[in-house]
Every structure is written in C-alpha cells, then in structure tokens.
Design a protein around this ligand. Structure first.
Ligand SMILES: Nc1ncnc2c1ncn2[C@@H]1O[C@H](COP(=O)(O)OP(=O)(O)O)[C@@H](O)[C@H]1O
Ligand SMILES: [Mg+2]
Length: 257
C-alpha cells in the first residue's frame, strides 16, 4: 500500500536524467524504455557498482502499488523460466513527494523487437525469422506448460539481441487478465503468431512468404492457427521437426530471393 500524500503533485512522467540518485542508493545510468505503467531505467547500485534495471510505476497507473507487487510476484513464481527477467527486489522511491513503487530486476542489454526490426535494412531472412520465433516459443513453452500465460505478447514487450549465430530474447511486462486458463494461453499463441507475422514483414509481404511461414501464420485466421497450435510448446515442437522441402532463402521485406 502506497498512500499518496495530499501535498504531492501528480506525476505524468519521471524523465530522470543520468547521474540522478534515486531511493538513496542507486544512480540513474540511462532510460531503457517506457510504457503504459511506467518508465524503466538502467541503474547502478552506489555501494557495489552492480547494474540493474528498475521499473518506476506511474502513481496514477498504480496508486496502491498493486501492479508492482503483482509483477514482482509473477516474476518470482516464474523465475525458472529463462525468457523472463530475473526479479531482484522491490523499492519505494519518493519523487516530488509521491511514493513510487520500483521493481528492480536483471538488466537485459538488448532492444525492443519493434526497434530491432526497424533497423534491419532488408528485414530478416526467413531462416532468421524462424529462429527468432523458435527462441521465443522455446522460452514461453515452460510458462504455458505450467498453465500460466503472459497476456500481453507484442513486439514492444519482446527484448532481443543477436547472440552468436542466434538470438537472445526476454519477455517483459505481464498483463494480469485474472486466473490462467486455456483461452488465455491460446491468446498468447495468437499473439505470438502475430509477432511472427510482423517479423516476416507484415501484411505487405505475406503473399510472398514461403510455405514454412504460411503454415504457421495461416493468414492470421485464429481458428486455423489454433487448430494447429494450442500452446507455445506446440509451435516449438513443430519447428524442431521442420523438414525443408526447398531452400528457404526469401528475404522478408524486400522480396529478394
Ligand atoms: N529489465 C530490463 N532491461 C532492459 N530493458 C527493459 C527492462 N525492462 C523493461 N525494459 C524496457 O522498458 C520498456 C517498458 O517496460 P515495461 O515493463 O514493458 O513497461 P510498461 O508496463 O509501462 O509497458 C520495455 O518495453 C523495454 O524496452
Ligand atoms: Mg510494456
């Protein structure tokens, strides 16, 4: 519970500048991103020099600190799932006399998938796109296998970086839609397929996609997708058993063959 003092001015943005001290013991390094609930910064613990990520919740979005607590608990419950950020602890910071909930977690030095895709001049090759999807579904499969769901899978909530010949990804931000059930897991599957559709270049490129891609996207028809895949694990198993009927060399955004 984080009651807001009467004298507090409402905060719409934090916009902390690098070098600023927060919660007494951290220094802001840089802003990593922002979303509906708050802003996320790379921070350095003064005493140790350890770097972490800290999500600062906008008080008007999370007046009682409940979202921050739910996020922390979810990250902790699913801490064995490698695709999620490792949770460290929670803090309360005072910003312009407002009590602000802060969730401190692992710092992932990648970028949002949406930004990453914009920077690929020719889009990803089909093979790379399938690899990104594979890394994602392999990471989400254990969440679905536990009967849990993410609830908000889209290209701003996927963090990515190239790692060796593959990719490393993290899924940030959960959306609490209440108790898990099969329908919520299936919604994750549809969102994953939508992300894959974006990765291969979206609507404009769909007609030119090879069969391996269309087999998964199925024209974005929910019932057709769900007839094949009910969980991230189903997509993972499909990709692991994929046989190549022909060389897949299509580029995704410029039609290069
Ligand atoms: N641990 C982290 N390491 C690096 N960047 C992060 C981390 N957590 C969040 N971000 C970045 O901050 C953005 C906003 O975080 P998110 O949890 O999605 O907030 P919101 O709930 O407000 O959407 C993310 O899209 C991502 O770019
Ligand atoms: Mg977000």
């Amino acid at each position: 519970m984080l009651p807001m003092p009467l004298t507090a001015r409402p905060i719409v943005r934090f916009d902390f500048l690098p070098g600023r001290t927060v919660a007494g013991k951290y220094v802001i390094e840089r802003k990593l991103g922002s979303g509906y609930e708050g802003e996320v910064y790379a921070i350095v613990e003064k005493n140790t020099g350890v770097r972490r990520a800290a999500k600062f919740y906008y008080p008007h979005r999370d007046p009682m600190g409940k979202s921050a607590i739910a996020y922390a608990r979810k990250l902790d419950a699913l801490r064995h799932c490698q695709i999620l950020l490792q949770y460290h602890h929670q803090e309360t910071a005072t910003v312009q006399k407002n009590k602000v909930a802060v969730v401190v977690s692992e710092l992932f030095e990648g970028e949002q998938l949406s930004e990453f895709l914009k920077k690929q001049p020719n889009g990803l090759s089909t093979f790379e796109a399938l690899h990104v999807l594979y890394t994602l579904v392999r990471g989400i499969a254990p969440i679905h296998a536990r009967g849990e769901y993410h609830g908000d899978i889209h290209d701003d909530n996927v963090m990515i970086r190239r790692q060796g010949i593959g990719f490393e990804v993290r899924l940030v931000d959960f959306f609490d839609l209440g108790r898990p059930n099969k329908a919520k897991i299936r919604k994750d599957v549809l969102n994953l397929v939508m992300v894959f559709h974006t990765i291969v270049g979206g609507r404009d490129k769909y007609a030119d996609q090879p069969p391996e891609v269309k087999y998964i996207i199925r024209g974005l028809k929910d019932s057709l997708i769900l007839a094949r895949f009910q969980s991230a694990g189903d997509i993972q198993r499909h990709l692991e058993a994929l046989t190549w009927s022909h060389p897949v060399v299509h580029a995704t955004s410029n039609g290069r063959a």
